[in-house]
Design a protein around this ligand. Sequence first.
Ligand code: UTP
Length: 290
Amino acid sequence: MKKVRKAVIPAAGLGTRFLPATKAIAKEMLPIVDKPTIQFIVEEAIASGIEDILVITGKGKRPIEDHFDANMELEQNLSSKGKLELLQLVEETTDINLHFVRQKRPLGLGHAVLQAKAFVGNEPFVVMLGDDLMEDEIPLTQQLINNFEKTGSSTLAVMDVPHEETSRYGIINPESEISKGLYNVSDFVEKPNPEEAPSDLAIIGRYLLKPEIFEILENQEPGTGGEIQLTDAINTLNNTQRVFAHQFTGKRYDVGDKLGFVKTNIEFGLKHPEISGELKDYLKDLAKDL
Ligand code: UTP
């Protein structure tokens, strides 16, 4: 069985929920306290043993590329001022095998993933979305890879969401639970209303896919919202080979949503060694007046 070595990070969406902040930069560059969300995703990929990462970019490509490139002027400046901890933070993002390809028009997540066809070749790979930050003892991407090593099948990460929120997600119709938290899926439904949702298990932003998905994406018609949907292509893939769903039980931070983004900043701020104490006092003070 081929090893999972490659990850694709789509970052070419319009990011309309964060306008005007995302007018000129990708939403994946917005920081959680002091780190762009895309860096958390790259760190999860590396912690999961991924060796090569392709970022699908649209507008605002330069800041992402620059973030993961060396910045000699900044490094020399920090070094000459003896700011060695900051220097280390700046340098640790440069030693990664990152590649970039442009999605010329934002035709949907499925179309973004299709741009990775040449990079991926004939190997299984993971798709990681910057909208979701995941925390667990074993990184979620590693969990998907562990499953793949047992089943040899494409597997999507899913999570229980409140029933009234199903219309925000791709939802699975689980056929049977074949082992704890691993489901056989009869179909995948994009953004169903709660009345029509076959379950509350929502697809979250990590997918392990076999390369046959590309042939399907090449012929995929636009679906919900007029976009070429990855979920629709996965549904077709599921008709010819097994696609499993793996239930994530760790903590998910929804940073693709305005409120989720602010909450994540507060939670990460409360864990940040430099500011946690003062932030806690500030929040307590603030809460008195609410
Ligand atoms: P979203 O559905 O969150 O869309 O895309 P969006 O455009 O980024 O954000 P909003 O909803 O307008 O605020 C999910 C992921 O797919 C990528 C996005 O960058 C995001 O990581 N994507 C989406 C693309 O790369 N290309 C597309 O055409 C659409």
